[in-house]
Design a protein around this ligand. Structure first.
Ligand SMILES: [Zn+2]
Length: 135
């Protein structure tokens, strides 16, 4: 018994072990292809949002609320968060005095909210490769 394996595909197999179909144009691509050879599909374009390095960085920067947003290119939103931190900070400061330091923990909630938002918000800066995304 002999199994001959040739690279040349004799028939079209849409979804076999080592090929995949382009979600845009249906072209047969090698499994794990990062981009389509027939159209401008890229894996990045269709992969569901998974944590990116920039997300982690944005969360880190959100220790100062708004900085994470600015990092991602959302300058206005970032400044709004930062601006909001001032009254929030004052309120927390007063609460901290009133409750002998205990209220300071409240600011963590604001920080956490800013972090979450910075994490969830889409990157405005396109990190690499400028392709014709817009029509
Ligand atoms: Zn394609």
């Amino acid at each position: 018994m002999e199994i001959e394996y040739t690279d040349a595909p004799t028939q079209v197999q849409p979804e076999s072990a080592d090929t995949m179909q382009c979600p845009y144009c249906g072209a047969i691509l090698p499994k794990g292809a990062e981009a389509c050879t027939e159209c401008d599909w890229t894996r990045e374009a269709t992969t569901p949002a998974e944590p990116k390095a920039s997300d982690a960085m944005a969360v880190l920067l959100s220790i100062i609320p708004g900085l994470g947003h600015i990092y991602k290119g959302h300058k206005l939103v970032g400044f709004l968060w930062m601006f909001g931190a001032i009254p929030a900070g004052i309120f927390v400061f007063l609460a901290a005095i009133a409750s002998a330091g205990f209220g300071a923990g409240l600011f963590l909630f604001y920080m956490a909210a800013a972090m979450l938002h910075a994490y969830a918000v889409e990157d405005r800066i396109v990190p690499k490769e400028d392709e014709g995304e817009q029509y």
